[in-house]
Design a protein around this ligand. Sequence first.
Ligand code: CTP
Length: 402
Amino acid sequence: MRPFDRRRVILGVTGGIACYKSVTLARLLTQAGAAVDVILSRAAREFVGAITFEAVTGRPVAPEILAPGHALAHIRLARETDLVIVAPATADLLARAAQGRADDQLTAVLLATRAPVLVAPAMNDGMWSHVLVLQNAQVLRAIGHTVLDPDTGPLAFGEGIGPGRMPEPETILAHASRLLETSTVLAGRKVIVTAGPTREALDPVRFISNHSSGRMGVALAAAAWRRGADVTLVHGPLEVPLPVGVGCVRVHSTAEMREAVAAALPTADALIMAAAPADFGAATVSAQKLKKSGATPVIALEHTVDILESTRALRRPGAVIMGFALETTNIEAHAREKMQRKGLDFIVANDATEDGAGFGVDTNRVVILDARGGRDTPPLMPKTQLAEVLLDHVIAALGTAS
Ligand code: CTP
């Protein structure tokens, strides 16, 4: 099932240059399964034609509020929708919405609906920093709307760089999926996820690392955030974009990852160690670049710190700890031994030799073992879907722990 299947979304578009990005947003929402009803303000129609949105969503754009034959369109739209997004929201829309005006289709819908409302302002940086605009945004937040902060970046032609850009459509989509999420059991819970490899320096330009892409950890962080958690993602270099909404801590070495985990762990409800920290580092890191000339260097290695084991005493009582185990032989036996040695509630075991599972691919097949002897064997599935399965286990354990 796609994330927005069977969901109705109203996309209100008001008249700013960011309108062109709303077309992409309408497409992303539609591709994710939503039935998207677009409402264009009068000014928005000057920027992008209704026909463009109709072609992308496959649905008619909503009529104007006083259009003959559509007297109650705003009531019907407002009632049937699961979510209202306003993107871009101009300064004028913020002002009219904050005042409770209903002088066009979009503001009427905003008053009539009881669905969650997501507002993505976009305007010139000078306008966004005006006290009246900030005050209007504050009023909308106070009544429960989610008002995103605009991105900082290049503004309209000749206007330089500043805060005022509409957040990217993918970012708005992620916020929309969080607002539509029915399982918000992680609201108020603090979850740490680690992702990606770490790197152990050999000299100023070389390192030891592994093939971890960070996909599994990023999928877990995104899923936990969508379910309402306050997520800290501690990560090394990633091959995938950072998830939206999540507090990210970039680290390089295993020792740095340990420090970041140790700092967050005492207040965390769950730690999901999906990272693949480098297990070995050079016993002595060369201060200068190792030269090719002369004898081939022999580099003595030593073990890095084990993050799960060395932070055990920092865990809050009742915190749920999930580790991963990438194995090539005796998968379950090795994984169980690791679960015990590292004091875990769960271990997610992977066969590193299996096609379509493990490092660098979008799918994974795992065996989930728990400390009470439980065993779950979900089929091969996308890592984004597996993330939901793993979180279900963490949530069930949190429920019994608290
Ligand atoms: N892990 C850790 N600290 C390390 C290495 C790994 O906390 N220095 C975590 C991983 O994030 C994972 C779990 O421990 O959740 C198991 O990692 P894995 O690499 O499978 O096991 P290792 O303990 O490194 O043992 P081995 O490499 O011998 O299989």
